[in-house]
Design a protein around this ligand. Structure first.
Ligand code: ADP
Length: 264
C-alpha cells in the first residue's frame, strides 16, 4: 500500500474508533438517564401511597362521619405514621440524589469505630427492646477507619436497624468490627427471617423489598441497602450476605481502612 492510501486508511480507522467511542458514550448516557427516570417514577409512586392514605383519613375525619373517639384517635395515629414514613422516604431519596450528584467530597477523618458502634447501639436500644431483641457487641477498643464519619455511620446504622427490623421476637444480634491487615471488617448477624438465595442480589436494588408489608410496617423505605452499596463503592469496599431463609442473616462489610479515592 502506498503512503497516500496508508494515511487514508489510518484516518478511516481513527474515525471508526471515534464513532464507536461516541456510540458507547451515548449508550451510557441513555442508560443513566433511564435509571434516573426509573428512580423518579418509583420515588413518586412510593410517595403517593402515604399521601393518599393521609388524605383519605383527613377527609373521613373532616366529614364528621367518624364519631367514635377511639376510632378518631386511631386515624390520627395512622396519619402520624404515614407522615413519618414520608419523612423517612424523603430523607432517603435526598440521600440517593446527593450520592448520585457526586458533588460532595467526603470529609476524611480518623473514625473511632468502637465508639461509633457503642453510640449506635444506645440509639437503637429502645427499638430493640420494643422488639425484645438483644444486641451483643464483640467489638474491641481502638478499631478505626479513615473515612467520612457520616458515611460509615450510615452504613452501620442501616445494617443494625435491618437486623432489628427483620428479626424474630426475642431474637439476637451479634455485632463485631475489627481491623485485619489494611481492612476494616464489620459484621452484623441476626436470628431473623433470613433471605432466600434468589433474593440476595436483589435486596441491594433501589426500592426492592422481599416483603413490602413488613418493611413498611417497621419504617422501611427499600432504599437503605442501595445507599449502603453506593457508599461502599466510594471506598472500594464490599458487602456480602450469608443467610438461610428462616434462620437468620449475616452482613459482612469490608472497607480499606485508609481512604484511597475511588478510581473510575
Ligand atoms: P428496607 O427499608 O425495606 O429495609 P433495605 O434496602 O434496607 O430496605 O433492605 C431491602 C430488603 O432486604 C428489605 O425490605 C428486606 O426484605 C431485606 N433485608 C434487609 N436486611 C435484612 C435482614 N437482616 N434480614 C432479612 N431480610 C433483610
Amino acid at each position: 500500500m502506498n503512503a497516500f492510501f496508508k494515511n487514508k486508511y489510518l484516518r478511516f480507522l481513527n474515525i471508526k474508533k471515534a464513532i464507536r467511542e461516541m456510540d458507547e458514550l451515548n449508550e451510557k448516557l441513555m442508560r443513566e438517564r433511564e435509571i434516573k427516570q426509573e428512580f423518579f417514577a418509583n420515588a413518586s409512586h412510593e410517595l403517593k401511597t402515604p399521601i393518599t392514605s393521609i388524605k383519605g383519613y383527613a377527609e373521613l375525619l373532616d366529614s364528621g362521619m367518624v364519631t367514635d373517639e377511639e376510632m378518631k384517635k386511631d386515624m390520627i395515629s395512622r396519619i402520624k405514621k404515614e407522615a413519618d414514613h414520608m419523612t423517612a422516604l424523603i430523607s432517603d431519596i435526598l440521600e440517593v440524589s446527593k450520592l448520585e450528584s457526586g458533588e460532595e467530597e467526603p470529609e476524611i477523618m480518623y473514625v473511632d469505630i468502637s465508639h461509633m458502634i457503642s453510640e449506635l447501639i444506645e440509639t437503637f436500644k429502645p427499638k430493640a427492646e420494643e422488639n425484645k431483641v438483644s444486641i451483643h457487641n464483640y467489638t474491641k477498643e481502638n478499631v478505626y477507619i479513615y473515612a467520612d464519619y457520616s458515611h460509615i455511620e450510615e452504613i452501620a446504622s442501616n445494617l443494625i436497624s435491618n437486623a432489628i427490623r427483620y428479626n424474630r421476637k426475642s431474637g439476637k444480634i451479634w455485632i463485631n468490627a475489627y481491623n485485619e491487615g489494611n481492612m476494616l471488617i464489620f459484621r452484623v448477624r441476626d436470628t431473623g427471617i433470613g433471605i432466600a438465595d434468589d433474593e440476595k442480589e436483589k435486596i441491594f436494588n433501589r426500592f426492592y423489598r422481599v416483603d413490602k408489608g413488613r418493611s413498611k410496617a417497621t419504617g422501611g423505605t427499600g432504599l437503605g441497602l442501595s445507599i449502603v452499596k453506593h457508599l461502599l463503592s466510594y471506598y472500594n469496599g464490599t458487602i456480602d450476605v450469608n443467610s438461610k431463609q428462616g434462620s437468620g442473616s449475616e452482613f459482612v462489610v469490608r472497607i480499606p481502612s485508609h481512604y484511597n479515592k475511588k478510581k473510575n
